[in-house]
Ligand binder design. Sequence first.
Ligand SMILES: *Cc1c(COP(=O)(O)O)cnc(C)c1O
Length: 411
Amino acid sequence: MKRRQAIKNLSILPVAGVAMGGFSQIDSVLSTKEKASPPKRDFFKELGVIPRINAGATMTYLSGSLMMPEVLEAINSTSHDFANMYELQDKAGAKIAEMLQCEAAMVTSGAAGALVLGTAACITGKDPELIRSLPNPPGPQREVIIQKTHRYVFDQSVRNTGVRLVEVEDAGHMERSINESTVMALFFNGAESWGGPPDKIKHEEFVEICKRHKIPSFIDAAADVPPVENLFKYQKIGFDLVTFSGGKMIMGPQSAGLLFGRKDLIEAAKLNNSPHECPIGRPQKVNKEEIFGMYAALKIYLEKDHKKEWQGWLDRISSIVSKIEKIPTIKTETVIPKGPANVFPSLRVSWDQSKVKISGQDISKALEEGTPSIIAGGRGNSLNIGVVLLRPDQVDVVAGRVREILQKAVV
Ligand SMILES: *Cc1c(COP(=O)(O)O)cnc(C)c1O
């Protein structure tokens, strides 16, 4: 079926949410609808694993995001031949670096894997002895500078390389803390997003101090698209290393991620990685198909119409609102976090609990335990409904379940 014909036929599909997604989502819906025979084998059923509808955000425990059909195609179509993994990583990396306007890039096992490899690269350079010695290199324990308010769960990936984190309060303290053992400085871009206070040392000043002391700077921006511009922003500011997750809003394989920046450091990171047999990154292998898939995902992400995608999300919200707004005392609000992490719209629904007798936690639980199982965060007298990870056909399903549960609780 030609695409134009396919899109025309959408109007007759009994799936209201369908027109709201991008073309790829439309294609994915069509391709399942068009197939005469259902999939031969239901692996979820076979293992007794419950399929979940993600009306939240990209969460690793919920398997990240759904890969775009083009990503799945890259994975499938490359699975029938062998590749030299050194060559693949080099060539995919070169293309990715070109796309991201930076010196060099590589595909890692997620942003967490990139944190390990980037730090390892800063410690070892290309020295094979040092590479073999991690996480206990000879000499004093290596140090990584981090703002005190930037300490976070993922800094364990940095510490896995054996370094000690040195917390600094402000720019002066940072200057004074840099010494012979300092190998890197880490900036957690989402610190404010995660509820932290404003950064005492802003990006530019952080980079400037690092450059003056010849210390590599590394920024973790794992969850920080959209906006797409962020994929270019931090190397332009001057960070030596940048990481983004592949399996969040870039919608690539959740086991993949990007590490990019200075060429000598990316080369060193590769030496610390699989397919080399011994180094610290060897247990974080990314397979051939995922490297192709990550490349495909980034390409689509950069090329897609981001305005249209954003509008599609707002349309989903309007559609859900129209189905629940008649419930007594219901208030709805479109919430867009200030960022830089997780900047996309979601719908917050709240109600008067004396008229609608259910708590946010209880509706959340009812959604999760119902069929189909829907994950959405509720607390107090409100429920947050994420729309960006819903399949087009799930928008109505979520609206219907929320309406049903709230309506039942009306006194
Ligand atoms: C998600 C996340 C990570 C880990 O990313 P993966 O791609 O899942 O390894 C690291 N840092 C931050 C800030 C994140 O949000």
